[in-house]
Design a protein around this ligand. Structure first.
Ligand code: AMO
Length: 437
């Protein structure tokens, strides 16, 4: 088949309208379903934009075409030429009366998993066959929405003067704490897969004012939970002449923009996934206020951290709000977060977490930009300043106060869509057990 010609002729299913009624069009896609009533054959074709019914009549349709319609396996890739006809009975109000029906790639039968909208196949098996799972409209909807979020993030950042950074994924020392690194051999040296572009985005922001990235991170955490991945992606942001409150405000603005873009562009996908979404408002609480609140609610806290239950409770108490928990205990934040005066024995920091719909989506804060203080903080965290020499030195030549945050790409998709497992929000998840597909 001349695929160049096919690409020119092909109509996307969702674009078929009254204007096409009575006209002959070419569509392609996958055979989603077949109903064979003997004298009539209804074949449902799905492309990435939508679905349409192709109707064959035993006594009128070309014999060969009718035969192929009846014997092609589900999920085979097909090209169909036919007349568009308005039809009240067909789903979507339009059908195609086929003139030709060509199978470009026949799918094996049986399929290893059910790809219907009502599929109950368990997630691990679906991910084993992700390439086929991606035939499902609901799965496609998740990644279409994630695509909108990614685009909206970039749009907002570029429009507000940000520069996109493309950072190294191989690093020489930890940026988030020493225990979660994947070591790798780098010629004669030891190196690691990046846990974050933290140190690099700071260096860029200190010269270019606003830096952002969509960056892949690797964390060798051994636990296997529904909200952790060993390879995940972050929306990263860093801004000069800013403290934590400036960047919390930026976070609220960008998330509000991202959600409003999803509402604008993905109505169909949200309906398919039965998700009710609102542009979030914001709530600011200190860590001490959250402690008090949780005590009242009889919910336990983590050590210098929120527990999973506390995050959930915040989601219940403040629905559809981004809850910023700031003035975080210094002991609960990484070395690069700026200390803040607190009561004796309770040192605070300019670090924060953002909780949305009961889940931590972001952490960030103002950074330490004073070399001597940075050395002190590294030591206090059991790290060696000599391993961070170039990073520390970068603050010796006019590095202004600066702040930023990292927001989980998969976590945000998961919370927005109310997904139960973060693996639903990754095309090809990497967790403790999974390296394929
Ligand atoms: P942190 O480690 O808190 O901070 O990560 C930021 C956000 O990334 C997401 N995230 C994860 N998602 C899935 N699986 C994981 N294992 C995982 N780890 C993190 C979460 C989290 O809130 N450099 C700092 C950010 C900064 O201060 O700029 C950092 O990486 O949504």
């Amino acid at each position: 088949m001349d695929l160049m010609k096919l690409q020119k002729e092909r109509k996307r299913i969702s674009e078929l309208s009254e204007k096409d009624d009575g006209k002959s069009v070419t569509i392609y896609g996958w055979l989603y379903d077949l109903r064979d009533l003997g004298k009539l054959r209804f074949v449902l074709i799905r492309d990435v934009s939508g679905e349409i019914q192709v109707t064959g009549f035993k006594d009128k349709t070309d014999k060969k075409v009718y035969e192929v319609m009846g014997k092609t396996n589900r999920e085979s890739a097909v090209v169909i030429k036919g007349k568009v006809k308005k039809s009240d009975k067909a789903p979507g109000g339009r059908e195609i009366i086929p003139e030709s029906f060509e199978v470009l790639a026949e799918a094996d039968d049986p399929l290893p998993l059910d790809v219907s909208d009502f599929s109950k196949t368990e997630l691990p098996k679906r991910i084993d066959y992700r390439f086929l799972d991606l035939h499902r409209r609901k799965v496609q909807a998740i990644f279409k929405i994630q695509g909108t979020l990614l685009q909206a993030f970039r749009e907002y950042m570029i429009d507000s003067g940000g520069t996109e950074g493309v950072f190294p994924s191989i690093i020489s020392s930890s940026s988030e704490g020493g225990t979660e690194l994947y070591p790798l051999k780098y010629f004669e040296k030891n190196a690691f897969l990046s846990q974050s572009c933290q140190l690099y985005k700071q260096m860029v922001a200190c010269s270019m004012e606003k830096a952002f990235a969509v960056f892949t991170v690797w964390r060798a955490e051994k636990h296997n939970t529904v909200r952790h991945l060993n390879e995940s992606r972050q929306y990263d942001f860093e801004m000069a002449f800013a403290d934590e409150f400036v960047v919390m405000d930026e976070l609220a603005k960008v998330v509000r923009y991202m959600v409003s873009e999803v509402l604008k562009k993905n109505e169909e996908e949200l309906n398919l996934l039965e998700v009710k979404l609102k542009v979030p408002k914001t709530k600011y609480l200190t860590f001490a206020e959250v402690e008090k609140l949780m005590k009242k609610e009889k919910v336990g806290m983590g050590k210098h951290d929120l527990s999973g239950e506390a995050e959930k409770k915040l989601g219940e108490l403040f629905p559809d709000m981004i809850v910023f928990v700031h003035d975080w205990p210094l002991a609960g934040k990484p070395f690069y977060i700026m200390p803040k005066p607190g009561k004796k024995g309770e040192e605070l920091s300019a670090g924060f977490d953002a909780i949305y719909r009961g889940m931590e989506i972001t952490s960030g804060g103002q950074r330490v930009h004073i070399p001597e203080l940075l050395e002190e903080r590294l030591k206090a965290n059991g790290l060696k300043p000599k391993d961070f020499k170039s990073y520390i030195d970068s603050f010796r030549y006019g590095a202004p106060p600066h702040a930023g945050w990292g927001m989980g790409v998969e976590r945000l998709t998961m919370t927005i869509l109310g997904l139960q497992n973060i693996r639903e929000a990754v095309l090809f998840p990497r967790d403790r057990e999974r390296l394929t597909p």
